[in-house]
Ligand binder design. Structure first.
Ligand SMILES: Cc1cc2nc3c(=O)[nH]c(=O)nc-3n(C[C@H](O)[C@H](O)[C@H](O)COP(=O)(O)O)c2cc1C
Length: 365
């Protein structure tokens, strides 16, 4: 029996991937202003990384209400769709595949993005010790506390699902191979999943079935809009940052996986850590997820080549996503394949700025 490696091709829903190395979604805040519009610089950055089997784009707000940080891209205006078309054309010309990550931040936001109004959330609960990055009129970026959000009405929840649906349709119109819903890391979908941020008394809060309702309705709508084989979802069962500690989240996510399974989605993408801020996921959880969900599984968070090959060999994941290693190594798949040394990223140029620390990392000579 030959063992699956990172460099074997894979059918991911409707998309054929040339290897199992995924570029993880990474916010880099380099859109053109005003309007949060993707541009040539971003097209260059993604095209440089097109040797990945799959690129998942940086998180992209599906509406103005969905924005929580400065300069992140959108997928709701005509200019944004046209800007993304430049990106997908360049990636495809380089032989790559790219999904767009659809995003609504919920309470992880600030009135500066909402005409002075509070951000929205499942319930009016302010996240402790949670900040967003906002660039002021002086051009300087600062971390700012997230204020008390306003609870969404049931009607508004339907409106947000409609915004996601439009975002997915726009993404396909912009040339993406598929879409991934950002359902982790403390943002709106995750806020619905957890009792710590969701204390609703209607059909969207309380029981596991109710807390997973928003996610399931959302994924059902997207599968209907663009086809389930072009849709994946990112979930973060073991993270606790952004004030998201919740003792019921692991069984809730397994419950969600079971309810999502009949839709035939392309994949679940486990966000195992944002930086180094989550425990290693226990194997029991991985086995249980495999039992309940029959689509592909992507894992991300602190993987190197060796850890990646081990989890593939055990059959507990189908693809492995790399975040920070892709920042400074545009040719990461080749470096991994040939065991070439990896360059280290510069932390100061991750968010905002120009080509420096973005498109100027060279391929290995
Ligand atoms: C600069 C930066 C930006 C990120 N932005 C996003 C994002 O937009 N969406 C998301 O789901 N995860 C985001 N993440 C998390 C990464 O996708 C990934 O899960 C994380 O970096 C851990 O993987 P790594 O150890 O390979 O870097 C970000 C991480 C970094 C370092």
């Amino acid at each position: 029996m030959t063992q699956t490696t990172l460099f074997d091709p894979l059918e991911l829903g409707a998309t054929t991937l040339r290897n199992r190395v995924v570029m993880a979604p990474m916010t880099r805040a380099r859109t053109t202003q005003p309007g949060n519009i993707p541009n040539e610089l971003m097209a260059e950055y993604y095209a440089q990384r097109a040797d990945a089997g799959l690129i998942v784009s940086e998180a992209t707000q599906i509406s103005q209400q969905g924005q929580g940080y400065s300069f992140t891209p959108g997928i709701f205006s005509a200019d944004q769709i046209a800007g993304w078309r430049t990106v997908t054309d360049r990636v495809h010309a380089a032989g790559g595949k790219i999904f767009l990550q659809l995003w609504h931040v919920g309470r992880v936001s600030h009135p500066v993005f909402h005409n002075g109004q509070p951000p929205v959330a499942p319930s009016a609960i302010q996240p402790k010790d949670t900040q967003v990055w906002i660039v002021g009129d002086d051009g300087v970026g600062r971390m700012v506390d997230c204020p008390m959000p306003r609870a969404l009405s049931a009607d508004e929840i339907g409106g947000i699902i409609a915004d996601f649906r439009k975002g997915a349709a726009n993404a396909i119109a912009a040339g993406f191979d598929g879409v991934e819903v950002h359902g982790g890391n403390g943002y709106l979908v995750d806020q619905f999943l957890r009792g710590v941020s969701n204390q609703r008394t209607d059909q969207y809060g309380g029981s596991r079935d109710n807390r997973t309702r928003f996610l399931v309705e959302l994924m059902t709508a997207l599968a209907d809009e663009v086809g389930a084989d072009k849709v994946g979802v990112r979930l973060a069962p073991y993270i606790t940052f952004k004030d998201m500690t919740d003792p019921d989240i692991v069984p809730t996510i397994l419950h969600a996986a079971e309810k999502l399974d009949p839709l035939g989605l392309a994949y679940i993408h486990l966000s195992e850590a944002d930086w180094d801020d989550a425990p290693v996921i226990p194997e029991d959880f991985r086995h249980e997820l495999r039992r309940l969900f029959h689509g592909k599984i992507i894992v991300a968070g602190g993987y190197d080549k060796q850890r990646a090959e081990v989890i593939l060999a055990k059959g507990l994941a189908d693809l492995v996503a790399f975040g920070r290693p892709f920042v400074a190594n545009p040719d990461l798949p080749r470096r991994l394949a040939r065991d070439l040394p990896l360059a280290q990223p510069d932390g100061a140029s991750l968010f905002g700025g120009n080509h420096l620390g973005y498109t100027d990392y060279p391929a290995y000579a």
